[in-house]
Write a protein that binds this ligand. Sequence first.
Ligand SMILES: Nc1ncnc2c1ncn2[C@@H]1O[C@H](COP(=O)(O)OP(=O)(O)OP(=O)(O)O)[C@@H](O)[C@H]1O
Ligand SMILES: [Mg+2]
Length: 317
Amino acid sequence: MLLKVRNLSKSFQNGTRAIEDLSFDIPAGKITAFLGFNGAGKTTSLKIILNLLLPDEGKIYFENKLLKNDFTPLLKQTGVVLESARNMFYALTPMENFIYWGAQRGLNKKVAQKNGLELLEKFDLLSKKDTVIFELSRGMQQIIAICCALISKPKFLVLDEPTLGLDIEAVETVERILKTLASEGVAILLTTHELAFAQRIADQILLIKKGRLIYSGSKADCLDKFNQEKFITVQFSQALSNNQRAVLESIAKIISINNTTYQLVLSNRKNLSHLLKFLTQFKLMDLKTKNKGLNEVVDFYMKGKNEDGSIKSGISA
Ligand SMILES: Nc1ncnc2c1ncn2[C@@H]1O[C@H](COP(=O)(O)OP(=O)(O)OP(=O)(O)O)[C@@H](O)[C@H]1O
Ligand SMILES: [Mg+2]
């Protein structure tokens, strides 16, 4: 495990308990999405991991080594893009930024330039290498900020709201970049409020509510558990006879009938093949299935459930 966070807690001087007893793991080569409402404690957690804030309690292990006062082992291997404009010098060009940020990481000018050119080429921004950051679009600026964070080829990349203010195309580019990096083995921890983006990109989900972790696990498991029940809408060419309806009811629960359109719920996926077999005898006008997404999962956890912060039974970490 690249990073292990154990029992992290932090209160601010004004009495705000920002995070409480947080524990989670960040594996190499995976994208972990840190989700939660405004003020839930995401940025505070990131800042503690990056040694920008001290926790009241808790331990952080990087490559199985406990970090005490010295976070150098982690910081040397970590690239960071925080949610602000302070990740770059806007009056400088991408190449000048790479040289500066490379030097901060102990890279000489030549290596920083070489790494920078490779990154610009990889992310299709080579033509902008000598354009001052001010003159780039918001999306390009964000990609350059990511390049600056990657200049020393870190193993761990931390991004606070990397898609904030980006249009669909720029979000897709960031998505492609992050997926590429993860496939190359980089561990990525990002916060986002864009659940559709998180659903597309994340391997792991961390869900935090009022400073407490209420879900952690793989995205696939999380969605799978929420999609045990299958919602299916079938439109037949004509209404079913009473007999046919009885057979259908023995396979799936009928939740509504509107003319020839039936809404069904399958509580057991084993019944899917029975249902399909049953349906083959009819002329069908339409068939739709609906899967629940991360927005429904987050809704479930955030709205009223788990007020005590406990992990909901049945869907455990
Ligand atoms: N320096 C600070 N002093 C006092 N309270 C703070 C400080 N920084 C954060 N907080 C409080 O800690 C809590 C967690 O804030 P944090 O910024 O970590 O939330 P977040 O999950 O990143 O929210 P957002 O989604 O809005 O970015 C909030 O109640 C916030 O007001
Ligand atoms: Mg934040």
